[in-house]
Design a protein around this ligand. Structure first.
Ligand SMILES: C[S@@+](CC[C@H](N)C(=O)[O-])C[C@H]1O[C@@H](n2cnc3c(N)ncnc32)[C@H](O)[C@@H]1O
Length: 315
């Protein structure tokens, strides 16, 4: 369930790159928004397909990733990077005097740089603080959640975001331990989970619990929800959106939104004629979700849970 964008050695490999470029159907003088620009893997590929007149706007919550992205893209002149959540993209387009773009991409989840940096606290494999913030200036950390949230809310996030069926047991164990001393590190949490989890389920359980915490810390579903409600207004007619998600909840949100945008009249069938006047606004380009091929997964194991959906603005 981990999502990431590189191989085990932290060499950056953007997920489903060929498919992203193909679905974006880049026009060489176009303007493109990468809402999760990260280490610039997809952005670099988009820029390579653009002429001098084309532009790329990249956003990321992680300032460290943006620094590296700058270095990676420094050969190109036509890009702008912003340290912000993609949910706030309209303000940044406005600051550049851009009303609409030709294409948008979101590659959700976390990067290998984040996962492989122990001090960021995303990994249960290495000792680090229980942090998990994409944006290290934001106030909520995983430590605050683990030590401060009540039983009901902890169970809810483990159950909803982690799809962890044994959430209650794990939370009871956390609450018992934090009664003696605060849970401070990734390996402290790992030990607490290991105490109440059969060995054969441990890796999957750790993945689920850490993923659930990360989603809660970074308000990931709320950001996606807000973006899905507003992206259409920033996209030109004929413009395309491509979203790669790594979690079934995110994929479902994208699928549901695209279907709604593709749908025309939503009047009850009992009405003799349409009263709502709703017209299709988008055409779905991926009738079935796109998954990485086996050779991509063999090269980049972290691509295995990626799911890509794309749509074109038609009205
Ligand atoms: C899978 S990586 C993207 C990798 C990128 N496509 C590349 O090829 O280098 C996901 C990135 O999304 C960023 N991110 C997650 N939530 C975000 C949000 N709400 N707004 C902006 N960036 C976000 C993370 O910090 C991370 O750098």
């Amino acid at each position: 369930m981990d999502s990431a964008c590189s191989d085990q050695n932290s060499i950056h490999i953007p997920v489903l790159k060929k498919e992203v470029l193909s679905y974006l159907k880049i026009t060489t003088d176009g303007i493109y928004l990468d809402g999760t620009v990260g280490l610039g893997g997809h952005a670099q590929a988009v820029l390579a397909a653009l002429s001098d007149k084309g532009r790329l706007i990249g956003l990321d919550s992680d300032a460290e990733a943006l620094k590296r992205c700058h270095v990676r893209l420094s050969h190109a002149s036509s890009y702008h990077l912003f340290h912000d959540s993609y949910r706030n993209f309209p303000a940044h387009l406005k600051s550049l005097g851009i009303r609409e773009v030709d294409g948008m991409i979101l590659d959700l989840g976390l990067s290998s740089l984040q996962l492989d940096s122990p001090q960021r606290g995303f990994s249960y494999r290495q000792e680090g603080p229980l942090d998990m913030r994409f944006d290290v200036t934001s106030p909520l950390t995983a430590e605050a959640i683990i030590n401060g949230w009540n039983e009901r809310d902890l169970v809810r996030i483990l159950y909803e975001y982690g799809e962890e069926r044994r959430a209650k047991r794990i939370v009871n164990s956390i609450i018992a331990k934090r009664g003696h001393a605060p849970v401070r590190t990734t390996l402290d949490l790992r030990r607490i989970i290991a105490d109440v989890t059969p060995e054969r389920y441990l890796t999957k359980t750790l993945s689920r619990v850490f993923q659930a915490l990360r989603i809660a810390v970074n308000h990931e579903l709320e950001s996606l929800q807000q973006f899905l409600a507003s992206f259409s207004s920033g996209l030109k007619l004929g413009g395309r959106i491509v979203v790669i998600s790594y979690h079934s909840l995110e994929d479902r949100m994208v699928k549901t939104k695209f279907r709604r945008l593709q749908k025309g009249c939503i009047c009850p069938p009992s009405l003799p004629q349409c009263r709502c006047g709703k017209k299709p606004e988008f055409k779905i380009l991926t009738r079935k979700v796109i998954r990485p091929q086996e050779d991509e997964i063999a090269e980049n194991r972290r691509a295995r849970s990626a799911r890509l959906r794309a749509a074109e603005k038609t009205g």
